[in-house]
Design a protein around this ligand. Structure first.
Ligand SMILES: [Fe+2]
Length: 134
């Protein structure tokens, strides 16, 4: 079931919110990829786009958000950075084990579960602290 964007996820910074919304879209798209994989007709080019997006996300978006928090003296800046590093470790290891050409249904399910947890736990509980700094 898709995770719907709602205002509880807004951090009050338009650029950050837009990047987060993109992550929602990609996370929800994985559900379709899982269905395709189960049916034996996985669109591997779409998986490749997903990998490229996540690479950019963990580099560009994390850096931007960390800078925002640091500049605004956000009280969870360090906690946020540590969570990003942990996610980066997950993504690095995931990349070591899987490529768009070799990825399995189980790996897609794992990625989806991780991203879904990230959206509802990290964005909703840590990133939203930016709100109080705007
Ligand atoms: Fe964050």
């Amino acid at each position: 079931m898709p995770i719907q964007w709602s205002e509880q996820y807004e951090v009050g910074d338009p650029r950050t919110d837009s990047q987060h919304r993109n992550l929602f879209d990609y996370a929800n798209q994985i559900e379709q990829l899982i269905e395709q994989a189960r049916a034996g007709r996985l669109d591997r080019q779409a998986v490749e786009h997903l990998f490229v997006f996540l690479d950019a996300y963990v580099n560009t978006h994390f850096a931007y958000e960390e800078l925002c928090m640091a500049l605004r003296g956000c009280k969870v800046a360090q906690k946020n950075k540590e969570a990003h590093n942990k996610f980066l470790e997950f993504w690095t290891e995931f990349n070591r084990q899987h490529t768009p050409q070799s990825i399995s249904t189980a790996a897609l399910e794992n990625l989806h579960a991780t991203l879904a947890g990230w959206l509802t736990q990290h964005i909703c509980k840590v990133d939203v602290a930016l709100r109080s700094t705007v």
